[in-house]
Ligand binder design. Structure first.
Ligand code: C5P
Length: 325
């Protein structure tokens, strides 16, 4: 697959974006609505762990998507493909674009990788095709693709309500180091929601805790007291994940939060030594696919533009393109 890459660099390949992963600092799920979706109250934050999305104009009509890295579909099942198609339809134009998606964020991990890629695609093609659509419209289009997609236009930190698509940016930051623990487990969000049992009293109580932290401007308070309503539904299906969480907490990697509907667990600390020690503790554990230390993504721009002379070469040598700061 890599062999054909340099030729892409020869095309007028205008835009490369870094699409960040997210974690849910809190995720409160309320009742199921007639449309099948649940009412949510979730605080999400982007972190500095990215997929790279390259958008290139081509002479031939159509959308071509190629994926590198973590496995992902390269046809209309991919949200990126659907984002390009939806934007072209909205703008009334025939797309001529080659998209290269370099996946680092695993699918089914609760890190919002596919949603972030789709949002970055809308953002980038809006520029490539000189459509000049405002963020609000991109966000509305994004909501048609997935409940999490609008958030990525308004990060790095936001409160999302409704089915997740009503986004209120929060001017809150945290300097903590976060350890992402990505098990060898891909979780279906729809399935976890199917197993979710709504406990109104518990949700109300948790809402009080989360609102208190938000009123105090205390993002770290959310990290110290993880609140994820989907945990039980996720662990009920994946007993191995519950066991892993319990073992790691007993070993001092605590408190552990679950991101989205799983499977990623995360822990936060003020100390870089502590986070490195946690990472070392996890070394060699068979049930874990990947461990990564991240910080909150603190850029004003939702999708950092990557500058490089020739991304074909950068990928050929296996290096990451340099991100602008
Ligand atoms: O919106 P998205 O396609 O990402 O949602 C995936 C699935 O998660 C939905 O089909 C639905 O089953 C569930 N979901 C939900 N309530 C939400 C968001 C998602 O029940 N607010």
């Amino acid at each position: 697959m890599d062999a054909a890459l340099p030729s892409v660099g020869g095309i007028d390949c205008a835009i490369t974006l870094a699409a960040p992963a997210k974690i849910n600092l809190s995720l409160l799920v309320f009742s199921r609505q007639p449309d099948g979706y649940h009412d949510l109250h979730t605080v999400m934050a982007t972190v500095d762990f990215y997929d790279d999305l390259h958008l290139c104009s081509t002479d031939s009509e159509g959308i071509t998507l190629r994926c590198l890295g973590e496995a992902c579909p390269d046809g209309p099942e991919n949200l990126v493909y659907r984002a390009a198609s939806l934007l072209a339809e909205h703008a009334g134009l025939r797309p001529r674009v080659q998209i290269l998606l370099h996946k680092h964020i695993p699918a089914g991990a609760g890190l919002g990788g596919a949603s972030s890629d789709a949002a970055a695609c809308l953002w980038g093609l809006n520029r490539l095709w000189k459509l000049d659509l405002p963020r609000r419209i991109l966000s509305q289009l994004g909501a048609q693709l997935g409940s999490d997609v609008p958030f990525f236009f308004y990060g790095p930190v936001a409160l999302c309500t409704g089915r997740g698509q009503i986004v209120q940016p929060l001017d809150l930051r945290s300097d903590r180091f976060i350890l992402l623990i990505m098990p060898k487990l891909s979780v279906s969000t729809a399935q976890v929601y199917q197993h979710y049992v709504y406990h109104p009293d518990q949700s109300r109580q948790r809402l009080g805790q989360v609102e208190h932290c938000l009123q105090q401007g205390d993002l770290d308070g959310l990290l110290d007291q993880p609140n994820n309503s989907l945990e039980e539904a996720c662990y009920a299906q994946f007993a191995s994940l519950r066991r892993l969480r319990d073992e790691l907490e007993a070993a001092g990697i605590a408190p552990l939060g679950l991101s989205g509907s799983g499977s990623t667990l995360f822990a936060a600390t003020d100390s870089s030594e502590q986070v490195n020690q946690w990472a070392r503790q996890l070394h060699g554990r068979d049930e874990i696919a990947r461990v990564r230390t991240v910080r909150f993504h603190n850029q004003g721009n939702p999708f950092t533009e990557v500058h490089h002379a020739d991304f074909g070469n950068s990928h050929q040598t296996g290096g990451e393109p340099q991100r602008s700061t």
